[in-house]
Design a binder for this molecule. Structure first.
Ligand SMILES: [Fe+2]
Ligand SMILES: [Fe+2]
Length: 227
């Protein structure tokens, strides 16, 4: 089954429910073939220091999931008349909240606490890529692409954790999340293509990727941050 027409984002969600195995396979391939398009790979030192500091990584990760859920809720609240967006985003909210719940479970079973959120410099910086002006559709597409970008980068980091972390339970956990976030990335990109022509979305997406690569170079490699 190919997703190439308008309404693809909705089809993806329906397909996901109908054919979970095939979907997982496709998302895994997408990650392996760098379909996500990220221009700058994560500094290989990150995963080494991160896995030695799993408490901080889990805490920061829990907040990433919480923010992902609330970002989707905000879009549903802001664009209730965009029925495709509401249909696609509603199950994503549930999935992100489930991720949050599961990260908190991982913290609790290791005797760690959620604690307070940390300053998310990555998100603060990439939010500056968002258009200030333009049409409502252009601004909506920017928000969708920003979400897609965070999903893509999270997916890449989860892949690194899955491949390198020694804890077997977390290895499996991060594999599952990698697949799930790749699906969300695809949802956001397909939604963006509903609201603006594909050629525009592709051009803007390339700008997002280029800006993100520059931002990544300015960020310190930290053992206590997911991004
Ligand atoms: Fe998530
Ligand atoms: Fe996600």
């Amino acid at each position: 089954m190919r997703f190439t027409k308008i309404g693809d984002a909705i089809l993806i969600n329906r397909f996901l429910k109908a054919n979970r195995e095939n979907y997982i396979c496709r998302m895994k391939e997408a990650v392996n073939n760098n379909v996500l398009g990220l221009q700058m790979p994560t500094d290989p030192r990150w995963v080494n220091i991160a896995q030695m500091n799993i408490e901080d990584i889990l805490v920061d990760h829990a907040y990433c999931e919480q923010k992902a859920a609330s970002s989707c809720i905000s879009m549903i609240v802001q664009y209730p008349e965009r029925s495709e967006l509401v249909e696609v985003m509603t199950p994503v909210v549930a999935e992100e909240w489930n991720h949050f719940e599961r990260v908190v479970e991982q913290l609790t079973k290791r005797g760690y606490k959620l604690g307070k959120p940390r300053k998310d410099e990555y998100v603060i910086k990439i939010q500056k890529i968002l258009k200030k002006g333009g049409s409502e559709e252009e601004r909506l597409v920017d928000k969708l692409l920003l979400n897609a970008l965070i999903e893509a980068r999270s997916c890449e980091r989860f892949k690194l954790l899955h491949q390198n972390i020694e804890d077997e339970e977390l290895q499996k956990f991060y594999y599952e999340l990698m697949v799930s976030e790749a699906g969300h990335y695809k949802n956001f990109i397909q939604l963006a293509k509903l609201y603006m022509p594909e050629v525009y979305v592709q051009r803007r997406w390339k700008e997002f990727l280029a800006e993100e690569a520059k931002i990544l170079e300015t960020l310190e490699v930290r053992a206590d941050r997911m991004h």
